[in-house]
Design a protein around this ligand. Structure first.
Ligand code: SAH
Ligand code: SF4
Ligand code: F3S
Length: 452
């Protein structure tokens, strides 16, 4: 018998199937991993619960990208101590990107000895073995070995939503941006074979899925090392040809790998949303070099100009890091300057967080934290102003919106342009796509009425 069968036998003997609670803290890739982990547990005979207190197995799927992400996870692990005391049979599992950091095992053993299992980002398939060891022998077990090349084929996810789905097309990252921990915790870049991706998306489209988000740390570097040898623009074209009423997004492309063929493919494929998240990080060439980003501010602007020349209505969003080691006022102004030139519809901005093991962690940094916070406030104020003006261009426009939630008496969704769109309506709208005429704009969302 393999571990799966052995565990199923153990669980079948219980009065009720054990319930698992899986919480993912990080990016969409991390959420997507969480869905696969839920899939593995369901395959072993578990049910799913959204209530941590009712769970027999708790999985915290962690993120290590910034220090505050880790602090949050440790806070939540601490809260599990009393649950374990009340229910000694409870199994607590920590996985995800933090599991790959060396310091995590020691910290868990020392301060959180009630954790049962720790496994790394490429050890998902080992979960049944680890669980079996805990169920039969108890104690703490871990597997954080790096399995380069693992693309998790054949693991069926249990997805949170049925109308929108994240589909990983590649894993890992080879870029080693100097501030970033991802290449250390996710391993080397590898891509799935296109047939497997297409099969998965066909199944989702046939099942009525309305939005496919292609996921990867650097999606437009897709294809290296695959047998099929196709690149990201070609993959987009192939996915675009799949039958069905669904739209395609992707997250995140890297500016250094974004050539004309990339933007041309986005422009040509009618199912691909005309919105691109193009992480800038900084507008200062000196800082971009220190960050090892592989482009200059001018090169970035050339990309933006080309993208808008082939897609005049294109919506752009970005990531910005404020307060990278020794970012000066001049450097920061360069970032503000690019923001004014691009006029993003949304930005995700972060104060630099030192990650041990990365190159930037060894750089001296004389900028006081208060100055970084003040810069962040200026950045956010500018973005609000730019979006206030920028969103006015949407007034009277028809947006195609996939509704996904309730918000303050509205039903909320995202348009093809990735703009939050609010309408008055029934909850039953959630999971459906409609045309909406924009009647009012804010600096973070628009309001409108369903038409047709
Ligand atoms: N692979 C993606 C994003 C990875 S992490 C990309 O390259 O775009 C998401 C964002 O977190 C990054 O774009 C960056 O803006 C931010 N980030 C990463 N490491 C960080 C750090 N050490 N401190 C602050 N922000 C960071
Ligand atoms: Fe991190 Fe850079 Fe890779 Fe993105 S491209 S995951 S920022 S190293
Ligand atoms: Fe976080 Fe890992 Fe994603 S560090 S951002 S969960 S790849």
């Amino acid at each position: 018998m393999n571990y799966e069968e052995k565990i199923r036998k153990i669980f079948e003997k219980r009065e009720q199937p054990p319930l698992c609670y899986v919480h993912s803290y990080g990016c969409q890739q991390n959420v997507s991993d969480g869905e696969k982990i839920t899939g593995i547990l369901c395959g072993l005979g578990c049910g799913v619960t959204v209530s941590r207190d009712k769970a027999d197995i708790i999985v915290l799927n962690t993120c290590a990208v910034r220090e505050n992400a880790e602090v949050k996870v440790y806070g939540h692990i601490g809260e599990l101590k009393h649950l374990k005391k009340e229910n000694p049979g409870l199994i607590i599992i920590i996985c995800g990107c933090m599991a790959e950091e060396e310091k995590t095992t020691a910290k868990l053993r020392q301060s959180y000895p009630f954790v049962d299992i720790l496994f790394g980002t490429s050890a998902m398939r080992e979960l049944p073995r680890l669980l079996y060891e805990v169920l039969t022998e108890g104690g703490f077990v871990s597997d954080t070995a790096c399995r380069n090349g693992e693309c998790f084929e054949g693991i069926s996810p249990v997805r949170t939503d049925c109308y929108k789905a994240g589909v990983s097309i590649m894993y890992g990252c080879n870029n080693f941006c100097s501030y970033c921990i991802v290449p250390y915790v996710r391993g080397r870049e590898r891509s799935r074979e296109p047939e497997n991706i297409i099969e998965e998306i066909k199944g989702l489209a046939e099942g009525g899925c309305k939005e496919i988000m292609l996921l990867g740390q650097n999606v437009n570097s897709y294809g290296k090392g695959t047998a099929a040898g196709i690149d990201f623009p070609e993959l987009l074209q192939r996915i675009n040809r799949i039958d069905g009423d669904f739209r395609i997004r992707f997250m995140s492309p890297h500016p250094k790998d974004a050539g004309r063929d990339f933007f041309n493919a986005v422009a040509e494929c009618e199912k691909v949303c005309k919105s691109v998240h193009l992480p800038l990080q900084s507008g200062s060439d000196r800082i971009l070099k220190e960050m090892n980003r592989g482009y200059t501010a001018e090169r970035y602007m050339e990309l933006v100009d080309y993208a808008r020349s082939v897609m005049p209505g294109l919506s752009l969003t970005t990531d910005i890091i404020v307060g990278f080691p020794n970012e000066g006022e001049e450097d920061f102004r360069d970032t503000m300057e690019i923001m004014k030139r691009v006029r993003y519809d949304n930005i995700f901005s972060f104060i630099y967080s030192k990650r041990s093991g990365t190159r930037a962690a060894g750089m001296e940094d004389k900028t006081p934290e208060a100055e970084k916070s003040e810069r962040m406030q200026r950045l956010l104020t500018l973005q609000r102003q730019l979006a206030e003006e920028g969103y006015k261009r949407f007034e009277g426009k028809i947006f195609r919106v996939l509704f996904d939630s309730e918000y303050n008496g509205f039903i909320s969704g995202k348009s093809n342009e990735f703009i939050i769109t609010l309408v008055k309506g029934e909850r039953s709208l959630i999971g459906t796509m409609h045309d909406v005429r924009v009647t009012k704009t804010h600096n973070w969302a628009v309001e409108g009425e369903i038409v047709g």
